[in-house]
Design a protein around this ligand. Structure first.
Ligand code: ZN
Length: 119
């Protein structure tokens, strides 16, 4: 896996982000290198490496409440969206994160944008 971009650069404030939504324990922001027309990253504010490391059901609820709020606010419920999280050998950044994507892939020729593998 690569460095923890989310702790090292996003949560530390080293990289400027455009915040989309925020709750006590969850941060959602525009992907810094989007591969979809709408490409939002949703992360827990505390360091959690993998999905299977979450020990707090309330955090799952909060993550999905934030994502549902964005879907509703942007009117994506009817137009379509995907929520993607990578695990195991698919996960390249060691901090739990969800990709909330909608619209078209920005580079459909790139197999990583077929919707299954998004870094
Ligand atoms: Zn982290």
């Amino acid at each position: 896996m690569n460095d923890d971009f989310y702790c090292d650069s996003v949560l530390s404030g080293r990289v400027a982000i455009r915040v989309v939504a925020e709750s006590a324990n969850v941060l959602a922001f525009e992907h810094t290198r989007p591969t979809w027309q709408t490409h939002i990253v949703v992360i827990p504010k505390q360091h959690i490496c993998r999905l299977i490391d979450v020990r707090d059901d309330a955090l799952f609820g909060e993550l999905f409440q934030v994502m549902a709020g964005i879907i509703e606010e942007r009117g994506l419920a009817d137009t379509g969206y995907k929520i993607i999280t990578n695990g195991g050998s698919y996960q390249t950044t060691p901090h739990l994160h969800f990709h909330l994507v909608s619209g078209v892939p920005l580079d459909p020729a790139n197999p990583a944008q077929a919707g299954e593998l998004i870094v």
